[in-house]
Design a protein around this ligand. Structure first.
Ligand SMILES: [Zn+2]
Ligand SMILES: [Zn+2]
Length: 276
């Protein structure tokens, strides 16, 4: 038995976008159809502390990219009584616009980021339009400013953030994307973020088309399974609306907005991912 803390884990939806299946997979299926995408951040709560995973994007980006922004990610945290200004630890899984844009509302957070991700987002790969399309230079500059303010903890590979919470470089989707492993009352859980957007990406497998290295993305699926102890239902995809069919709402009033990921699942993964 372990005496590691058992954290509560929340997924907070802050927006969505209607699109077709063909936009979510590299290898195309001739039978196209609707397959919307949700936008989430995550909160890990335990031992009197809160750890936030990613910070989403703001209204300007929502308008430019025609995404529905239901609420600012920081407002989503307030719905579960987390004050963003008091958050001390912020894990940024990667620097795409939909994961690092609401930073100004977290003035006191130390930011945990892979060193490779900062090099990727500020280096020669950004000379290519299709790669930099998913970045917002203002958000990237905000993170550079955070470096100069001595607020960034650069990670090279894996690191324990607190007992029972660790980050792990995965790569593939971006060069420096990391996933988060967290200990809960149901054992280890892996917040994959965009290492797999949907349950279906890892299950088929068929990667999401925004990708730096297809080979590393596929190898990343194996890393996620290893981190989850081989239990695929413990891997939480970054953008899948099917999470609402897998986990209960954090409370009645938070239905459709906040999920409790450490609760007993309400769905069976083998059935849920096939609905996509
Ligand atoms: Zn991404
Ligand atoms: Zn994303």
């Amino acid at each position: 038995m372990t005496d590691l803390p058992e954290y509560e884990v929340y997924a907070i939806k802050y927006g969505d976008h209607h699109r077709n299946k063909s936009e979510n997979f590299i290898f195309k299926d001739p039978h196209d159809g609707p397959m919307p995408i949700d936008f989430f951040i995550w909160a890990i709560v335990g031992g009197g502390k809160t750890y936030v995973v990613d910070v989403g994007f703001e209204y300007e980006d929502a308008k430019r990219r025609e995404r529905n922004l239901t609420r600012l990610p920081s407002e989503g945290l307030q719905m579960i009584d987390i004050d963003p200004a008091k958050v001390e630890d912020l894990i940024v899984t990667h620097m795409h616009y939909d994961h690092c844009g609401d930073l100004s509302n977290f003035p006191n957070a130390r930011i945990h980021l892979q060193e490779r991700e900062m090099a990727y987002a500020t280096g020669r790969n950004m000379c290519h339009g299709p790669i930099r399309h998913a970045f917002n230079v203002d958000y990237v500059v905000d993170l550079v400013r955070a470096v100069y303010d001595d607020r960034v903890n650069f990670i090279d590979g894996a690191q324990e953030i607190a007992p029972g919470i660790s980050v792990h470089h995965i790569g593939g989707h971006t060069d420096g994307i990391q996933s988060v492993r967290v200990h809960t009352r149901k054992g280890w859980m892996v917040l994959a973020s965009d290492a797999t957007h949907f349950y279906a990406n890892i299950a088929i497998p068929n990667p999401f088309p925004i990708v730096y290295s297809v080979g590393e993305m596929l190898a990343g699926y194996d890393k996620l399974r290893e981190l989850a102890g081989g239990e695929e239902d413990k891997i939480i995809p970054g953008h899948d609306p099917q999470k609402f069919n897998m986990f209960p709402a954090a409370s009645k009033k938070l239905e459709g907005a906040v999920l409790r990921l450490d609760a007993d699942p309400i769905g069976d993964l083998d059935e849920v991912w096939l609905r996509t």
